[in-house]
Every structure is written in C-alpha cells, then in structure tokens.
Design a protein around this ligand. Structure first.
Ligand SMILES: NC(=O)c1ccc[n+]([C@@H]2O[C@H](COP(=O)([O-])OP(=O)(O)OC[C@H]3O[C@@H](n4cnc5c(N)ncnc54)[C@H](O)[C@@H]3O)[C@@H](O)[C@H]2O)c1
Length: 310
C-alpha cells in the first residue's frame, strides 16, 4: 500500500519514441505530467510527435492536442533528455545488451534517487540490477500496445527493488488512470506475454497438424472465449463453468497440448523469407496499405468501445 508520505512523481523522461515510446509519452502528458522524449534523431522525434497528434485526433481529443504536445519536450541530446526528470523509462528495442548499455549510460548521468524503469516485454529486472550501481531504484513497467488505450501496466520488481519505489510508480500510474498490477515474483515474459505465448504456441500447432487454418483459428478465438476475456479472466471463467467440467477437459487435453521449446519451421520460414506481417506486407495473411489501415482502425475502435463499457 502507498504510504501517506509518498510524494507523486512529477516529471518523466521516455527514452525511445517508437511504437510504444510515443504512446507512453502521450499517456503521461494527457494526465498533465511533463515528459522529455528522446530518440536517436530529430527526424524520429518529429515522427513521434506527429503520431501523438494522429492518435489524439483518432481518439476525438482534438481540443487537448496543443496542451498535450506542449507538455512533451522532444530532446535528441541524450544527457539533456535524462537529466531533470524523476522517472526515466527505457523504451528501445528488445535486445538485452543494448538495453544494459543504455542503463549504464543513464546511471553515469543521473543521481541515485532517480527512478529507472524498462518497458521490456521479456527481460526480468534482476538482469538489469546486475549492471546497476543502485539497483533498488529499478523496475519494469510493461505497457501494452496501444499504451494510451490499454489500461494494464505490469509492474515487475527484482529482489533489490525498494518497496517505496514500487509504491511511487504505482501511485503515478494510478494518477494516469492506468491499471497497474505488481507481480509477486519476477519471471521472463511476466504474466501476460507468457499467457499469450501459450495460446500462440498451441494455435500454430493446431495449424501445423491440419486441424484448422490460420483464419479458422482467428475466427474461433475472436467469436468464442476471446469475447469473454475483456470481462472475465481464466479463473472467473473456470469458476463459472465449474471445476468438474474444467477437470474433464484438462484430463483429456492437457497431456496432448503442444510443448515445443522452439518456434516451428513454418514460422521460422516466414521470418527467414522476410515475411514479418503487417510491416512487410506479408505474414500469415497478405496486407496492403488499405487492409493494414482498416485492421488498425477496427482494433482501436474496438478497444475504445470496450474501455467505455467497462
Ligand atoms: N511493440 C509492442 O507491442 C510492445 C508492447 C510492449 C512492450 N514492448 C517493448 O517496448 C520496447 C520498444 O518496442 P517498440 O515496439 O516501441 O520498438 P520500436 O522499434 O517501435 O521503437 C524503438 C525506438 O527506440 C529507438 N532507439 C533508441 N536507441 C536505440 C538503440 N540503441 N537501438 C534500437 N533502437 C533505439 C529507435 O530509434 C526507435 O524509435 C521493446 O522492449 C519492446 O519489447 C513492445
């Protein structure tokens, strides 16, 4: 629980203004928190700010755009970006050596009372603690795309992370109307990405065993249990179904579920041939500009509707 004497974090630096970073900066600024946004070039920062304006236009927040953008200071000089903010969040590519180098660089500049966070999707905070001078001020804040719409933030601490730091970050996230969940223990991929990985592994296996194709599986998930998942988690759903029923399914199915330790050849082949999905025009499906835009639009509108209903 937050201690009464906890003083709210009042300024944030976001390091990396790509897909997640620009959206995280937008989310803080929309709650009135001043943000310094850093990326490797002025051009990238200009794109980040344009993306924030587009997102806000899409959300129907046109009247707020000027105020929000004014609170975001794009800075391409690294030292200036990380200096003077109470919380520095790293949002660069998912590569451990690159992230560790960045944290070492940040620690050379900022004093030990500045909180450091990473938006990594997979790496446990102990890996960062190992290279930090003051590991008690480091934790993971794992946002979901798009971070200005999806409410949850997984907060992951290492054994070194101070409870006061966790409390301060949780307080800030709640102030920004997020739903922070602090995990009891660190684990690679945290909770959400492990659950998504389990679903994806079994889905790919079902395709490769000829049970259903990609489209059929997407249809089944979206139109059945996927519909419920915004309103009820797996334990609520199992309580509702009855554990006697769940145990019968488990008896027959669990032993037979895919438990491969590596990506299957079908997916490795996709990656090796440069077919990475929407961003390259081909993945499991074919994408052109219109179908990509329509998909993004449909997803965002759906997420906004769900936020309004819950
Ligand atoms: N994409 C998602 O859906 C998602 C969701 C949750 C978490 N994350 C995590 O957030 C982080 C950022 O992901 P993203 O999707 O925003 O990536 P991205 O590639 O869109 O953005 C990364 C940004 O970091 C900048 N950058 C600065 N220094 C860099 C360096 N040394 N090497 C590489 N890039 C550097 C790049 O210029 C780029 O603008 C990753 O750790 C990722 O795992 C991503």
């Amino acid at each position: 629980m937050l201690e009464n004497n906890c003083i709210r974090i009042k300024s944030v630096a976001v390091i990396g203004g790509g897909l997640m970073g620009h959206g995280i900066a937008q989310d803080f600024a929309t709650s009135g928190i001043p943000v310094k946004l850093w990326d490797t070039s002025e051009e990238k920062l200009t794109i980040s700010i344009e993306n924030i304006k587009k997102n806000m236009h899409f959300l129907g927040q046109n009247d707020l755009i000027d105020d929000v953008v004014e609170l975001i200071t794009p800075v391409s000089v690294f030292e200036k970006a990380v200096t003077g903010s109470e919380l520095v969040i790293e949002v660069i590519k998912e590569d451990l050596p690159t992230k560790l180098d960045l944290f070492k660089k940040i620690e050379k500049i900022v004093p030990d009372d500045i909180i450091l966070a990473s938006n990594t999707s997979t790496f446990i905070p102990s890996l960062f603690a190992d290279v930090l001078r003051a590991p008690e001020r480091m934790l993971i804040t794992h946002y979901f795309n798009p971070p200005y719409i999806v409410p949850l933030v997984e907060v992951v601490k290492s054994d070194y992370t101070s409870q006061a730091i966790v409390n301060k970050v949780v307080d800030l996230l709640k102030f920004c109307k997020k739903t922070p969940v602090v995990l009891d223990k660190e684990i690679p991929g945290f909770v959400a990405n492990r659950l998504q990985a389990a679903l994806l592994r079994e889905s790919i296996s079902l395709v490769n065993s000829g049970v259903a194709n990609y489209e059929q599986i997407d249809q089944i998930v979206r139109n059945s249990f996927g519909r419920r998942l915004s309103f009820a988690g797996p334990f609520q759903i199992s309580d509702a179904a009855g554990w006697d029923v769940i145990s019968k399914i488990a008896e027959i199915v669990w032993f037979d579920l895919d438990n491969s330790k590596k990506l299957p050849k079908s997916i490795v082949d996709l990656i090796n041939s440069g077919n990475l999905g929407v961003k390259t025009g081909v993945g499991v499906y074919d994408w052109d500009e219109k179908s990509s835009d329509d998909f993004k639009d449909m997803l965002l509108r759906g997420l906004i509707k769900i936020n309004k209903r819950i």
